[in-house]
Design a protein around this ligand. Structure first.
Ligand code: SF4
Length: 252
């Protein structure tokens, strides 16, 4: 079976959260306000095994199994565009854009055979899916798979780093397991947003002060963008709190 898809560069998918590989997060630390998004996935989900492979597996306080996706993420409110989206709805960093943008609409956080529903444009998106559009998915396999394979490789390579970080945070921060259990219990699934500083602190061969300085500026810029928007109060609180943490990492 074949599925057709063509991006029409409407720009609609360039709003809101953008999961990044760790490499992309560090490369674009001067552009995106970064967070680490924790997403619990239950055993009944088709994405359970791949989530556990790329993140970690744990148990809630009442011993229920959970896989957890731990994704460095451009933490942007759904109402705001990506800072790299220009007025013509084109990407200003096209040749250097993150893996996630190259691989869209496919997602390596799902099994390769489970991508079909991602090829249905979301309401408001103008992607072409008629028979005139190129075939991108055939017999449950992406047709042009270079970008997909590259993102999968990067996620597999970084998994041990994120797992070690995640297990450390679960063991040391009170309330993490309870909050994950609460997020998992939400009918449509939930998330936890954690500071990128908590991960940056744990990375080995990285110029932490330089990354922290870049983030400090971006977090300040986004705090100004959401100031006076009551609907974005949580973003405002997080940007300010995370800037405070980043400021401590700027010290050499
Ligand atoms: S980096 Fe470019 S393609 Fe990716 S979300 Fe931003 S504007 Fe869109």
């Amino acid at each position: 079976m074949e599925f057709h898809f063509l991006c029409t560069a409407c720009g609609k998918c360039c709003f809101g959260w953008l999961p990044l590989t760790l490499k992309d997060a560090l490369t674009h630390a001067g552009r995106f306000p970064l967070a680490v998004i924790w997403t619990p996935v239950k055993p009944a989900s088709k994405a359970y095994d791949i989530t556990a492979k790329l993140g970690l597996a744990t148990r809630t306080l009442n011993k229920k199994r959970l896989a957890v996706r731990i994704a460095p993420t451009a933490y942007i409110p759904p109402s705001l565009p990506c800072p790299a989206l220009n007025a013509d709805n084109l990407c200003e960093i096209h040749s250097d854009k993150p893996s996630r943008c190259r691989t869209m609409p496919f997602s390596p956080y799902r099994e390769e055979s489970d991508q079909r529903e991602l090829l249905v444009p979301r309401p408001g998106w103008a992607c072409a899916t008629s028979p005139e559009a190129p075939v991108v998915y055939r017999d449950k396999t992406p047709v042009d798979r270079d970008d997909f394979d590259r993102e999968c490789r990067d996620l597999i390579a970084q998994a041990p780093i994120l797992r070690t970080y995640g297990e450390w945070l679960l063991a040391t921060v009170p309330g993490m397991i309870e909050n994950l259990g609460r997020a998992a219990a939400k009918p449509r699934g939930g998330h936890m947003a954690v500071s990128f500083a908590s991960l940056l602190r744990r990375l080995g061969d990285v110029d932490k002060p330089a990354i922290a300085e870049a983030q400090l500026a971006v977090l300040g810029e986004f705090a100004s963008k959401v100031a006076d928007q009551p609907a974005l109060a949580e973003y405002s609180r997080n940007y300010s709190a995370w800037a405070w943490e980043m400021e401590r990492l700027t010290r050499r």
